[in-house]
Ligand binder design. Structure first.
Ligand code: NDP
Ligand code: HEM
Length: 499
């Protein structure tokens, strides 16, 4: 017999009976004083917290970053301090649009969020599996997300809304081309790249600033599903990512990525032919070659999914000395949005939840509030609850101040589409694809547009035409083929998957 611990209420009192409710007589009604019943029902009613407003479906694991190349001439960030240095991390992958119960293998952008537990606080890099995004102005983010979520009346997702928005937002073409290409439907998290996507900044010991982009290249190789394959996959299991990631790590198959950075000296930003802070653009590798930094490995599953993955709170506002923001408008908005979402979704003191706690010392003057579970104040002295004080409370450290950033210009609302080439980089991507990849791109787009009003489709095709006439023509041909095909033959389309 196993020696079992005694069951108690959450107040610690032993429970005499967890099988039979307390009633007035054997056949009588339940007594209100059966607090064990009340407590169980009340807790059950509170088991769900709000799901993330976007990126609700996710999969995560713990691991390490090991530095393989010295980049300390660009940044004082201690996480990159020396070759061989290891930093603990958490990654959460996600889809953007689906709710918590969505099928894993749906075509969508994948979230790729890091929490690096560095010795100078948590550094979160909250990116995607794509180097660019659909919009470049944060005012458009809520509108864009509304087109990805359910229609308010039908409660169904609306292809019309998606293409109506995209066809009036040509800055989305780069991301659309990525999403509907093979890489828009990875087989599992380990078979895709991650990107910080935004331009961030580094600064070094001399106070020089560099602009930086982060890349994480899969060492498992890219693997994708086609639309036709995935119908069968989802029919068999809606949880394929969790099965592959969790199962792989349990079996000791630890996925790895090579971390790389692209570095741009601060002054170059005035001279690039594109805005290097525009989230719909990449920096061509020929101009800014990727530099290896280290290896990321995932090697430990969470013990409790809710506590460690669902309650994980990632925010672009979590940065550490040596790493900074950039003028990217989208990034600036995200600095506000995430911690605000966490206070709503998890509570005021969400950083006291163990998975969110830094592994370095934390000293601040925040007080009280819902869920203050860290015990009093975080200053180290009971009388030091304001600043400045005479009781040895924590003080600022000017040595970690970021170098000043020169900003010029009149405050105004500048049209972000003026003089901005939305077609050149999608064209470079389109030209990377071979004929078979292009064929699948056309088929995926034709299927995604099926049923959308002609006026919207024509507006969108005009944009594809400006990328390359063959792009628009290919979609037209795929649409014609789709229209002439008997409906039940569509799911039997030929498929080809991995690169
Ligand atoms: P390069 O040829 O130097 O780089 C091409 C990049 O594209 C590589 O990062 C590669 O990633 C990625 N790539 C290769 N095949 C595909 C594919 N089928 N679907 C999506 N990405 C693919 O060219 P440039 O730097 O001049 O970029 C050309 C285009 O490549 C860009 O317009 C952009 O759309 C895309 N791209 C560029 C990136 C960048 O940071 N410059 C990053 C990712 C994509 P991998 O090494 O994993 O195969
Ligand atoms: C999640 C807002 C753009 C990647 C979220 C959440 C919000 C949000 C509110 C939920 C956070 C939570 O509840 O924990 C925004 C806003 C954006 C924006 C306002 C633009 C103005 C982006 C971009 C990327 C991105 C450009 C990628 C480059 C993610 C990821 C998550 C997420 C990966 C899931 C994080 C996790 O795993 O917990 N976003 N987002 N978002 N967002 Fe964004």
């Amino acid at each position: 017999m196993i020696d079992k611990p005694r069951l108690t209420t959450s107040a610690g009192a032993p429970v005499p009976d967890n099988q039979n409710v307390e009633t007035a007589g054997a056949r009588g009604p339940v007594l209100l004083q059966d607090y064990q019943l009340l407590e169980k029902l009340a807790h059950q009613n509170r088991e769900r917290i709000p799901e993330r407003v976007v990126h609700a479906k996710g999969w995560g694991a713990f691991g390490t970053l090991t530095i393989t190349n010295d980049i300390s001439k660009y940044t004082i960030a201690k996480v990159f301090g020396e070759v061989g240095k290891k930093t603990d991390l958490l990654i959460r992958f996600s889809t953007v649009a689906g709710e918590m119960g969505a099928a894993d293998a749906e075509r969508d952008v994948r979230g790729f969020s890091f929490k690096f537990y560095t010795e100078e606080g948590n550094w979160d890099l909250v990116g995607n599996n794509t180097p660019v995004f659909f919009v470049r102005d944060p005012l458009k983010f809520p509108d864009f997300i509304h087109t990805q979520k359910r229609h308010p009346k039908t409660n169904l997702r609306s292809k019309t809304a998606m293409w109506d928005f995209w066809s009036q937002s040509p800055e989305s073409l780069h991301q659309i081309t990525t999403l509907f290409s093979d890489r828009g439907l990875p087989v599992a998290p380990m078979y895709m790249n991650g990107y910080g996507s935004h331009t961030y900044s580094f600064w070094n010991a001399e106070g020089e600033r560099f602009w930086v982009k982060f890349h994480f290249k899969t060492l498992q190789g890219h693997k994708h599903y086609t639309n036709a394959e995935v119908e069968k996959i989802i029919g068999a299991s809606r949880e394929t990512y969790q099965e592959e990631l969790f199962g792989g790590i349990e079996r000791g198959e630890f996925p790895r990525w090579r971390m790389e950075v692209q570095i741009m000296p601060e002054a170059d930003a005035d001279n690039t032919p594109y805005n290097p802070f525009d989230l719909t653009k990449v920096w061509p590798h020929a101009d800014y070659p990727p530099i290896e930094v280290g290896i990321v490995e995932l090697n430990r599953n969470a013990d409790n999914y809710f506590a460690q993955i669902e309650q994980a709170a990632f925010s672009p506002s979590n940065k550490v000395p040596g790493i900074g923001y950039s003028p990217d408008k989208m990034l600036q908005a995200r600095v506000f949005s995430y911690a605000d979402a966490h206070r709503y979704r998890l509570g005021t003191h969400y950083e006291s939840i163990p998975v969110n706690q830094p592994k370095s010392p934390v000293h601040h003057y925040h007080r009280d509030g819902q869920m203050n579970v860290y015990g009093g104040i975080k200053t180290g002295h009971p009388d030091a609850y304001y600043e400045p004080n005479s009781f040895g409370g924590p003080v600022e450290d000017k040595s970690v101040k970021e170098p000043p950033l020169r900003i010029t210009g009149d405050a105004d609302r500048y049209n972000h589409r003026d003089g901005n080439d939305d077609y050149g980089q999608p064209r470079a991507l389109f030209n990377l694809f071979d004929d078979a990849q292009k064929g699948r791109l056309f088929d995926n787009l034709a299927a995604a547009m099926d049923g959308v009003p002609d006026e919207i489709i024509e507006r969108q095709l005009a944009h594809f035409h400006l990328i390359d006439p063959a792009y628009a023509q290919g979609i037209r041909a795929a649409r014609a083929a789709l229209a002439s095909r008997p409906k039940d033959a569509i799911s039997d389309q030929e498929s080809a998957a991995a690169e």
